[in-house]
Design a protein around this ligand. Structure first.
Ligand code: GLU
Length: 369
């Protein structure tokens, strides 16, 4: 007979916080009250629609003002050219599913999409070959380890676990149809451009800088090849992946890309159905579980929306059926997520009533005038 081990509650031990280890209670307190600066913002519950455009504009301005006060975090420098970003840059944009744009600050400064590309390449691949094969090869579970972890691959017998970590993203890119890396690249650039509603271009400086320093991704690709998870030349896969990460976007592009995932795969500006509604649902579920690196659980707990961040400082969040929210601010937290982006998005999730877990009592309100 199976016996459950006795429950041991240790208030001081909180596994999984790595170097930031502290008690669970104090971690949650710090995260919720001071780091995101939203303790005073009333939690609204969504009613199926976002407020009128003028009200969204006001709240976007308030979210930006809230985020700009935060000067914590550091700009990524492990890809050398990223260190040149202006740490003060901060742009914010909400794109609603009717094509309404609400933007402020540096929402038209371009930066490399980095890991955010993983979400959209995953969606395109599911559309092309079906989610079953992608799920089998790549998986959908959080690793709980860093995005570029080699240990996670070994711990899972060569399974990449999910498409939002580098191993899973490389395995995803490897599955993109195309006889050559060049053909795969054309397909990816075209697909991401259809999400954005305009032709996206490669940042050659970022591509070169990352190519010169991406030994770890090359090692991951070779390890995946040894496990039979990549069935192409791993060097070609890393090259296509590095290019997809080097595509230039701004916060306004990312908001439209997010709004496309929010609206059943239809781009709100061009009207094009880029992927199916089912693919959007699958992609959003993966983002909810793993979109913000090792902080994905904290993010979902506090913001309650699927999102994806990238090390250049981009952050896209999706309110299903309602809007895409995007931020650009290059100072990152220890996990690699834009600090100001998180603060502003937390504010908007509450103020616009977007948190998909927010609960409100219909019963108590029904007799109110
Ligand atoms: N191109 C980056 C890498 O593979 C993406 C990292 C990220 O944004 O998380 O290291």
């Amino acid at each position: 007979m199976l016996r459950h081990p006795p429950l041991v509650h240790s208030p001081t031990a909180c596994r999984g916080q790595g170097a930031r280890r502290r008690s669970c209670a104090s971690y949650a307190e710090a995260m919720r009250e001071s780091e995101l600066h939203v303790a005073d913002v009333p939690q609204s519950a969504g009613t199926g629609a976002v407020p009128a455009p003028a009200r969204i504009d006001e709240l976007v301005a308030a979210a930006h003002a809230r985020g700009i006060e935060d000067r914590t975090g550091t700009v990524a420098d492990y890809i050398p050219v990223l260190a040149e970003a202006d740490p003060e840059s901060f742009g914010l944009c909400v794109a609603d599913v009717d094509g309404g744009l609400h933007e402020i600050g540096d929402s038209r400064i371009r930066f490399s999409i980095q890991s955010i590309s993983k979400a959209f390449v995953y969606a395109l691949l599911c559309e092309e070959i079906g989610h079953a094969e992608v799920r089998e090869t790549v998986g959908v579970d959080n690793t709980g380890l860093a995005f570029n972890s080699v240990v996670a691959i070994e711990l899972n017998d060569g399974h990449p676990m999910n498409p939002m970590v580098n191993a899973g993203a490389l395995a995803t890119t490897a599955l993109v149809p195309g006889a050559t890396p060049e053909a795969q690249w054309d397909r990816i650039r075209d697909g991401l451009s259809r999400f954005a509603g305009r032709p996206l271009e490669l940042d050659d400086d970022v591509y070169r800088s990352e190519t010169a320093t991406n030994q770890r991704n090359r090692a991951i690709a070779q390890l995946l090849e040894s496990y039979g998870r990549i069935r192409r030349d791993p060097a070609g896969v890393v090259d296509v992946y590095t290019r997809q990460c080097s595509l230039l976007v701004d916060a306004h592009d990312l908001a439209i890309m997010g709004a496309t995932l929010a609206d059943g795969g239809v781009n709100p500006l061009t009207g094009e159905q880029v992927v199916s509604a089912a693919v959007c649902r699958d992609t959003l579920a993966v983002l909810a579980a793993s979109g913000l690196y090792e902080r994905s659980g904290e993010w979902l707990f506090e913001i309650g929306l699927p999102g994806k961040s990238g090390v250049a400082g981009g952050l896209v969040t999706v309110a299903p059926g309602k809007a895409g929210i995007a931020a650009y601010a290059p100072r990152l937290d220890a996990a690699g997520n834009s600090v100001r982006g998180q603060v502003a998005t937390a504010y908007l999730s509450r103020a616009l009533g977007l948190n998909i877990f927010a609960s409100d009592s219909h019963y108590l309100r029904k007799d109110q005038p």
